[in-house]
Write a protein that binds this ligand. Sequence first.
Ligand code: INI
Length: 169
Amino acid sequence: MAEFNGDPSGEGRRIAVVVSRFNEEVTTRLLDGAMKCLLQHGVKLDDIDVAWVPGAWELPLAAAQMLASERYDALVAVGAVIRGETPHFDYVAGAAATGLAAVQREYGMPVGFGVITTNDDAQAEARSGGAHGNKGWEAALAALEMAGLLSGLDAIAGQFDEPRNGATD
Ligand code: INI
């Protein structure tokens, strides 16, 4: 049996961050959390690129463009979708989540999901450095852990000469 865990060390990692300006007070705090996490785990400031987009709707496109550059080991997406009086919230939050999940699969690269979706400002406050922690920090940590896991899985894959599904015996 083999068991794999991702090492969240950021040493030598290059990280992309995409952050949305909508609800900027909240997203700035989420970005702060993500940056602190990356730096505390050993990522160099020069190895972090931050791209700002207008709103959460735009996160997947910018994330795709950044990962297409093949410059990064992982990406962290940060945004805040706060419920209003119309169904707009559902479209923006849903598109951000499904879009970022699609980007993650398309590029085979970790995308930390630091987009909070809340019913009101108080819930957003609580999740951006308040009573419920900082979801930007958590997303950055998840992205680093997944980068470590993918490196470990890559290394073991290289130890097999033949793919199992190509075996003839
Ligand atoms: N964008 C957000 O990031 N959060 C929101 O809460 C939000 N609301 O509620 O409307 C929001 N809308 C803007 C959207 O992301 C796009 O930027 C806009 O529609 C232009 O494409």
